[in-house]
Design a binder for this molecule. Structure first.
Ligand SMILES: [Cu+2]
Length: 506
């Protein structure tokens, strides 16, 4: 009897040790630091994040693995702006081709086998106008199935490009949708069942700029590649042969790369020739969360989130971006010396160097107001409430205790019905991770974060939110189109491991 008890105790002890070790390993990527945002009180709207708003707490970077790239500074690659095949007054036609290619990341080193849209790595920028009907011919020149997902677009389930809309190798699919959303920076990427993580890692991702009548009139930098730059940030590891080895770099929780790249450029720089510079940031990484800031104690001026401008520009010191999220910031360089370098950094590593060549005034000032959007009023009648609980890690990830099942509809919703969803990242003893939650086909607004109003920099339209362990978000939106839509963790390996559900809108 005594022996059995002893054995039981030893087993329990070993079990506890294993749990503690696992927990310690885990905190590498997910621990929270209680750094706070602070701001001076100038004319500009300063971010009013308060202590208790967990979004304002900075996430500890997974910077243990990041290394400076072993190449001299290279001029930032600017994705081509895709030319329409045809354009009429109300319609525009594009062809987007997923293809294989070889890319020179190391300035004359061995070429890397990559994937890209209409090119060898990443994709072009699609310029869309609000009110226009867009027709896209999606062409798959890969040896495997893919899908074309229009992340952030208000679009029908059929055109959205989720895992139910595969395009087989050598095949073409045509989609159309009317642009019915405000000016924003969206993106597109593949979403096939089982290979999303790999295809994105190999290079499939592109940007979409939506323009509207108001965005045209706002006095903001909008000269592509001159004072308005796309900044797609990704982390990648190159093996000895300069290849991207997804299988080797794969981790069920953290597929991380050792080097930062912007637009596929290692150690990138841009020449700044104007006072104001606009950066359109996308976290296009599989897992890595970024906390961007500028050196020289410079602040950034946030003007837009995922799906719209903010009401007013907001000065920020730090910008947290998780996979799938976008933000537009303005950098005001007028107090910095010509000839100096301003760096966009994350976790002590530089992501982008801005060489300040001259400071020609491109604008007299920034607009005080960016949008007329009214404060969010949440109706109480005819509301459909849903609750989603995100939990677990690696193969244990779940939403409401379930793994993704393509044959199961998790939520039924009606078109144009007011939706209020509560999304919670459940705190568990040893399985706490950040989960970037993304909902397809809509743009939503945050009602509350842990019972508190969102900060000014979080009050626009969004399609992806970052949930730290224990966070509870309430969001408000309507589905404007019909179809089957996905919601999932945008840590792409969590998504592949089943942290995804489906909502059918009828
Ligand atoms: Cu996740």
């Amino acid at each position: 009897m005594g022996d059995i008890l002893k054995t039981k105790r030893v087993v329990l002890f070993i079990f506890l040790i294993v749990l503690v070790v696992l927990g310690l390993k885990q905190t590498n990527g997910v621990a929270l630091a209680a750094g706070m945002m602070s701001g001076d009180h100038s004319m500009m709207n300063d971010d009013d994040d308060s202590d208790s708003n967990s979004h304002s707490k900075m996430m500890k970077e997974h910077n243990v693995d990041l290394k400076d790239a072993d190449v001299p500074m290279q001029e930032l690659n600017l994705p081509k702006v895709l030319k329409p095949d045809k354009q009429t007054k109300h319609d525009v036609y594009y062809t987007v081709i997923a293809q294989k290619g070889k890319t020179d990341f190391h300035d004359g080193g061995k070429l890397t086998k990559t994937l890209g849209y209409n090119g060898s790595y990443l994709g072009p920028v699609l310029n869309l106008k609000r009110g226009q009907t867009v027709h896209i011919k999606e062409v798959n020149h890969l040896d495997e199935k893919t899908t074309f997902h229009w992340h952030g677009a208000i679009i029908s389930g059929k055109a959205d490009g989720g895992p139910h809309e595969p395009v087989k190798p050598g095949k073409t699919k045509k989609i159309s949708f009317k642009v019915r959303q405000p000016a924003a920076t969206l993106w597109f990427h593949p979403h096939p069942s089982g290979t999303t993580g790999k295809q994105v890692y190999k290079g499939l991702a592109g940007l979409i700029y939506i323009h509207d009548r108001k965005s045209k009139c706002l006095s903001l930098p909008d000269n592509y590649g001159v004072d308005d730059f796309p900044v797609v940030v990704q982390d990648r590891t190159f093996d000895k042969n300069n290849q991207l080895n997804y299988k080797k770099d794969y981790n069920a929780d953290r597929t991380l790369g050792k080097n930062l790249m912007v637009n596929g450029t290692l150690n990138p720089y841009i020449n700044v020739t104007t006072r104001y510079v606009r950066l359109r940031l996308l976290n296009g990484s599989n897992t890595r969360n970024y906390n961007f800031y500028l050196n020289h104690h410079q602040k950034m001026i946030k003007i837009a989130g995922d799906g719209s401008f903010l009401a007013k520009p907001v000065k920020i010191k730090k910008l947290q971006l998780s996979p799938g999220e976008r933000a537009e910031v303005i950098v005001d360089t007028h107090k910095l010396n010509v000839g100096s370098n301003l760096q966009l950094k994350t976790g002590g590593m530089k992501a982008l160097t801005m060489k300040l060549n001259q400071q020609r005034d491109n604008l007299t000032s920034l607009p005080d107001k960016l949008s007329d959007r009214k404060a969010l009023k949440v109706p109480k009648k005819n509301v459909n409430h849903e609750k989603l609980v995100l939990s677990g890690m690696s193969n244990m990830v779940r939403i409401n205790g379930k793994k993704y099942n393509p044959d199961r509809i998790d939520i039924h919703a009606k078109r144009n019905q007011q939706q209020i969803w509560t999304i919670e990242n459940k705190k568990e003893m040893m399985m706490n991770m950040i989960h970037p939650f993304h909902l397809h086909g809509v743009q939503f607004r945050i009602i509350s974060i842990n019972g508190k109003k969102p900060s000014k920099s979080q009050r626009g339209f969004l399609d992806t939110i970052t949930l730290n362990p224990g966070d509870k978000y309430k969001i408000s939106f309507r589905f404007e189109e019909k179809g089957l839509y996905m919601y999932h963790c945008h840590n792409l390996e969590h998504e592949e491991n089943g942290m995804m559900g489906q909502v059918l809108v009828e």
